[in-house]
Each structure stands twice: as structure tokens, then as C-alpha cells.
Design a protein around this ligand. Structure first.
Ligand code: FAD
Length: 359
């Protein structure tokens, strides 16, 4: 059978796009792993924050909010800084002025028990929420299948070539044919493009580490996420009174099954202990994943201008979950399948592959 659209990668990007277009097209979803969500999607910190990623990501995040509603749970976040970071706090507030994102100055000492005295500056982002990533991803895959999409796992794409207006796709699970090839391969977006004879965009993966801590005291029920305005840590309260902590690391690495490094774990705990006087009782769990960025740190959605039938859905960075529903609608509209008014206010040009000069 010849498919209309073959999507490479069944993480949140590929799954959401498949769910969006399956009722309107014959869709094939090819996943290299046996379990979709094994890579970035299954390793996220699982929050939705309109400020995260800056004002150029925010329209996708904000537009996704209502569609994510069943998977969101209130949390709030406080961005904190020391006196010498007043400029960074001012710049952060200025960046989001006029965007509709609610940000207000607060005294972090009044919000975070045990906060060390030098942390005097704070900005509250009340709209920040938890995301049930597993629920969202599982539902997107189910919706895609109900819509008629075919998911093939263990189907790592090895090569693809364009012949007579169609892609012949060789995978570990056999050969397939489709009119359009969508590259939603996360950290492997550039290598997958190269397998299809398409020039890469310079999309690179960077490792990020997270750990689960048992602390004394445990974060109080209902306490907010805490993020450093200078980008050297964040933590969020989790079920069972636990803390998920990240050193906000961003270490370039080849695409791989990312694993946490001891040095990053130690750095995170050291930073944490310089922020609050809580005792770290136990490191219960640690993991790492890849956040994958285009050179300008914005995602790439659209047909490649030099490769007929090749569509980029890549470079979602650290924001691919919270932007997934709107991004899928945008991509569906750009694929000329199922245009949707939700994306009408979003300028696709800022995410278009044309913005890269590949010589
Ligand atoms: C530690 C961490 C914390 C994060 N926290 C957040 C957060 O709080 N909120 C948020 O919105 N985002 C967060 N992110 C970012 C988010 O996880 C990613 O942006 C998102 O998961 C990217 O989705 P994806 O589908 O593009 O990638 P992936 O989930 O990596 O999916 C790509 C898929 O492509 C498959 N693939 C690759 N090559 C091939 C091939 N040749 N053939 C077939 N299949 C192939 C892979 O196996 C993989 O399953 C975080 C990321 C990390 C690592």
C-alpha cells in the first residue's frame, strides 16, 4: 500500500501529528524503538510553562494550553535570583510584556520555606502546570490509530529515496512507500534527513539531566516549581513529597540513548543545597534525555525547499511536549491536511526551514 504521509519517529511530535492528520490521510508512523516515547518524550520534566523557551516559543505553548487541559494540573512556578541578577529579572519581565503571560514580582522568601537569604528576587508565573506526558502521548497514539494510522515499531529507517514522486523507505521492519516523508526523529532529525539525501539543517542534541530526591523537609503540598533566572537549576515538587531537580545542563552529544553523568548529578545537588537549607536524604532516581535544537533554537516545521515531499517536524528543544498540540495543527496545515483556525494567529515563517541558508 502507498501511504500519503510516512512520519519517522513516534515521540510526542510524530504521535501528535499522526493523530491530527490520520482522519484525513493514509498515515504510516515509523518508530525505530520497540516502545514509542523511549527517547526525549519519555524523559521530560513534564511541565507546561508559557515563558519557557522565550517569546518565540510562547505562541505555540499558549495555543496548546486549552488542548492540553485534560493533561494539566496546576503548579505555578517562581523564577528566583540574587540581588546581582536584578537585570536578568527585569529583562525577563520586559521580554513577556504585552504577550498576555502573567508574570509578577514576588518575595521568594515568603513563598519558599528554607530559602537561603541571598535569594531575594522572585517572579511568579502562576499559569505554570504539570503535564501528564505519558497520558498525553498514549492518547495521541491511540487517536492516531483510531483515525486509521498504522504504527510500526522496531522500524528504524535506514534509507529513503524519491522515485516517481514517491518516497521508497527502507526500514528494519521492511520497505514502505509514501508521497510525503515527515522527519519527526527528534535527536536523529539531521541523520534521517541525510538518509533521505536531504541536506541537514545543523540540528543538534544536548543532554539534560534530572533526578528525583527525597528531602527533609519535603516540599510542602501545593508548593511551586522553582527556577533560577540565571538558568543553573530548576526543581519541581512531585508526588509523594519528592523533588525533581535539574542542573539545567545542556551538553552537546551525538544522538544516543542518553544517560546521566555523575558530575551533573553532583552539580545539581550542590546547587540545590546552596538555594535551600533542606537536607537531601536520598537520590532515588536519575535520568537524562536529549533536547534537540536548530541553530536558532526554534523548531522547524515545513516542507524542505530543496527536497520535494520532505517535511521537517524537528528541533522542539526543551518545549516539545508543551507545544505539541499547536505544533501538530500547524504542521497539518503546512502539509495541506486539515487546516485549523487554532494556528491562524501563529506565523509559520519563523519556524520554516527556508530560514536556514545551507549554502
Ligand atoms: C530532561 C528533559 C526535560 C524536558 N522537559 C520538558 C518539559 O518539561 N516540557 C516540555 O514541553 N518539553 C520538555 N522536554 C523536551 C521534550 O521532551 C522534547 O521536546 C520532545 O519530547 C521531543 O519530541 P520528539 O517526538 O521530537 O522526540 P523523541 O521523543 O525523541 O522522538 C523521536 C523518535 O524518533 C525515533 N527515531 C529516531 N531515528 C529514527 C529512525 N531512523 N527511524 C525510525 N525512528 C527513529 C526515536 O526512536 C524516537 O522515538 C524535555 C526534554 C528533556 C530531555
Amino acid at each position: 500500500m502507498r501511504y500519503d504521509v510516512a512520519i519517522v519517529g513516534a515521540g510526542i511530535a510524530g504521535a501528535s501529528l499522526a493523530a491530527e492528520i490520520a482522519p484525513h490521510a493514509r498515515v504510516l508512523l515509523l518508530e525505530g524503538e520497540d516502545r514509542p516515547g523511549y527517547h526525549a518524550t519519555g524523559r521530560s520534566a513534564a511541565f507546561w510553562s508559557e515563558s519557557y523557551g522565550g517569546p518565540a516559543i510562547q505562541p505555540l505553548t499558549t495555543a496548546s494550553g486549552p488542548m492540553l487541559r485534560p493533561y494539566l494540573e496546576p503548579m505555578g512556578s517562581v523564577h528566583i535570583g540574587r540581588a546581582d541578577e536584578a537585570g536578568a529579572i527585569d529583562a525577563f519581565l520586559a521580554e513577556f510584556e504585552g504577550t498576555g503571560v502573567e508574570l509578577r514580582r514576588v518575595d521568594p522568601q515568603a513563598m519558599i520555606p528554607g530559602l537561603r537569604p541571598e535569594w531575594t528576587l522572585g517572579v511568579l508565573e502562576p499559569s505554570c502546570e504539570y503535564i501528564d506526558v505519558g497520558g498525553l502521548h498514549g492518547d495521541q497514539l491511540a487517536v492516531a490509530k483510531r483515525g486509521g494510522a498504522e504504527l510500526v515499531t522496531g522500524a528504524g529507517v535506514l534509507a529513503a529515496r524519491r522515485e516517481n514522486g514517491a518516497w521508497k523507505i527502507e526500514t528494519r521492519a521492511g520497505s514502505f512507500e509514501a508521497d510525503v516523508l515527515v522527519d519527526a526523529a527528534g535527536a536523529w532529525a539531521d541523520p534521517v534527513a541525510e538518509m533521505a539525501g536531504v541536506r541537514p539543517l545543523g540540528i543538534r542534541p544536548y543532554r539534560r539531566t534530572i533526578m528525583q530526591l527525597k528531602t527533609d523537609p519535603a516540599p510542602a503540598p501545593g508548593s511551586p516549581m522553582v527556577a533560577h533566572i540565571g538558568g543553573s537549576f530548576y526543581w519541581k515538587p512531585e508526588a509523594g513529597g519528592r523533588v525533581w531537580l535539574s542542573p539545567h545542563d545542556e551538553i552537546e552529544t551525538p544522538p544516543c540513548d542518553a544517560q546521566p553523568e555523575d558530575i551533573d548529578v553532583a552539580t545539581a545537588i550542590d546547587r540545590f543545597e546552596h538555594v535551600v537549607d533542606w537536607r537531601v536524604e536520598k537520590l532515588e532516581h536519575k535520568w537524562a534525555g536529549l533536547r534537540t535544537f536548530a541553530p536558532d533554537r526554534l523548531p522547524v516545521y515545513g516542507f524542505d525547499p530543496h527536497a520535494p515531499g520532505f517535511f521537517w517536524c524537528a528541533g522542539q528543544g526543551g518545549f516539545g511536549i508543551q507545544t505539541a498540540p499547536a505544533a501538530a495543527k500547524l504542521a497539518a496545515a503546512l502539509l495541506h491536511v486539515a487546516p485549523d483556525p487554532v494556528v491562524a494567529g501563529i506565523d509559520p515563517a519563523r519556524y520554516a526551514p527556508e530560514r536556514f541558508n545551507r549554502g
